[in-house]
Design a protein around this ligand. Sequence first.
Ligand SMILES: *Cc1c(COP(=O)(O)O)cnc(C)c1O
Length: 400
Amino acid sequence: MGVRPSSIARTGKQSALPQEQLFDTHPEVSLDFEVVRQAARQKYTRPFLILDNAIVREKALRLRAAMPRVRPHYAVKANPDRRVLKTLLQEGCSFEIASIAELDMLLAIGADVAEVFYSNPMKSRESISYAVAKGVEWFVVDSVDELRRVHEIKPDARMYLRIATPNIGSDWPLLGKFGAGASETREIVATAARLGADLAGATFHVGSQCRNPANWRVGIEKTRALFDTMTKAGLKPRMLDIGGGFPVRHVKPIPSIEVIGEVVNEALKAFPEEVRVVAEPGRYLVSDAAYFVCRVIGTATRGGKRWMHWDAGLFGGVIETTEGLKYRIRTERSGPDIPWHVAGPTCDSVDVILRDEPLPSDLQEGDFIYLRNAGAYTTAYASEFNGFPLPEVRIFESKR
Ligand SMILES: *Cc1c(COP(=O)(O)O)cnc(C)c1O
């Protein structure tokens, strides 16, 4: 049991369990570090992600066991590698997409497109038309404008309304951009009823790497009230999408999926059996399955401060540190920790990924850096900015 984070806020009703019992209650998996070290030693040409699909399968099973009523629709953007997508398809997952390029990947692996959720609240006309032509039926909206646009292109589209819900206690909050507020929600519902559009459900996103289970309860309660409003307006709400945000273990303690499941399962009792429930996990399904490996290009002292530059930075896949996500960083040095500034390889001044990070004093040029549980939102973000190559993605499947 780790230290209880002070930033966990409580919203709405108090949880029945004391906060400290909510954290680290179940063992979390990780890719075996020895396997990763061997892989780096055998061959290294550029930063790489090494991912074990057996762990991806395990996580999919665990999520379904924790929330039997909830079908996972994997958020492709977290890690769009084709081999990962195929594995999740085999495990009975469906998918959530942000773009038509992601849709094409799903078509290529033979996923059932009618089950794909197009959850980007702002879609171009061309993208909607393309998705409709390929058989997509479910489209998110969070504005009257988007509702009208989808309805014009596909009058019988099934739409679900994304509402704003609390993102308290999430390492990567998504609030402040997407999600309809109370007055927009009323307007969207009224417009759907007037147009005869099939506003068939609701969704919310609690924020990514969410360590506060109460956010799901609040989201589900808000959608429960919204379903009533929709029914009164003459609509037929029948799908609830509880979004993503399920956390993985880095440095701070997390509520396990089983604890979140208890909260979710209880709140879902307010919905009749015929209401279909889905989730959109991204990070949860893929992070633990992988390590991200890069190397120290060189070190420097500037203004009395120790710097090290890695061959992967903000543009090469290590971007989530910039919003405060803390990876467990492993090295093969054992010197006492000192505060380091860590930069990527580019000349861009924003390419600083960590400041005053305690790391071994004897780290030096050529050393490997291993980021644990980094299968999500690393390679997916990488670009070739400044001419540095994209990370390699090495996928295998162990016999666990
Ligand atoms: C990014 C995203 C997800 C996945 O979020 P995670 O925190 O990775 O689980 C799910 N749904 C939507 C709409 C998203 O934008």
